[in-house]
Write a protein that binds this ligand. Structure first.
Ligand code: ATP
Ligand code: MG
Length: 157
C-alpha cells in the first residue's frame, strides 16, 4: 500500500462531510515513507473511524491533520489530529470501552454507538500495533496508531 495514497483516499472519502462543516484537512507524510505492507481493508476501517470522530467532534471551521511518520525502522505511526472539543481527563481511561461515549448530552445528536474506537483498537491489536489517544478539553484530540511494518516496499496492495 502506498501510504500517501491511503491518507489522501481517507480524506477524500470524507470530503463532503468536511466541506459541510468547513473543516480543512492537511496530510503530511514524512520523507522516505512510500509503500508498506498492511491489510488495507482493515486499516481503512480504522482510519475511517478516527477521521469520522475527528469531524464529528470538531466545530465548524476546525482543522484536521492526518500524518504518517516512522518512529523506528520497523514501525509506522499514523496520527489523526483535530482541533475539536476534546475529551475530559476523567473520561480518557474509558474512551476505548465498548459503547462508552462522553456525556450523553453532547453525543446525543451526533449519531453513533460508541463502538468506533473499541473496534479500531481491536483491529490494530490484531495487527500487533497500538492505539494511543491524547486529548485536551476544548483544544483537540490526537489519536496515534502504531503498526509494525512487516515488509517495506514489495508488492503494493
Ligand atoms: P461510533 O464510532 O460507534 O459511531 P462514537 O463516535 O460515539 O460512535 P467512539 O468512536 O468509540 O464512539 O468514541 C467514543 C467517544 O469518545 C465518543 O462518543 C466521543 O465522546 C469521544 N471521542 C472520540 N473521538 C473523539 C474526538 N476526536 N474528539 C472528541 N471526543 C472524541
Ligand atoms: Mg466514532
Amino acid at each position: 500500500t502506498s501510504v500517501p495514497d491511503m491518507l489522501e483516499e481517507v480524506a477524500d472519502r470524507f470530503s463532503f462531510q468536511m466541506r459541510k462543516k468547513q473543516i480543512r484537512a492537511a496530510i503530511r507524510v514524512e520523507d522516505g515513507i512510500t509503500s508498506v505492507w498492511l491489510d488495507r481493508d482493515q486499516i481503512d476501517q480504522v482510519l475511517d473511524n478516527l477521521v469520522s470522530n475527528a469531524i464529528k467532534y470538531t466545530l465548524d471551521g476546525g482543522r484536521i491533520e492526518i500524518t504518517a511518520h516512522k518512529p523506528g525502522s520497523t514501525s509506522i505511526a499514523i496520527s489523526v489530529k483535530d482541533t475539536g472539543i476534546g475529551i475530559p481527563r476523567k473520561d480518557l481511561s474509558r474512551i476505548f470501552d465498548r459503547f462508552y461515549r462522553v456525556d450523553k448530552a453532547r453525543s446525543r445528536n451526533m449519531g453513533g454507538t460508541g463502538l468506533g474506537l473499541s473496534i479500531a483498537r481491536e483491529i490494530v491489536k490484531a495487527h500487533g500495533g497500538t492505539v494511543t489517544l491524547d486529548s485536551e478539553l476544548n483544544e483537540g484530540t490526537t489519536v496515534t496508531v502504531i503498526l509494525p511494518m512487516l515488509q517495506d516496499g514489495g508488492d503494493p496492495s
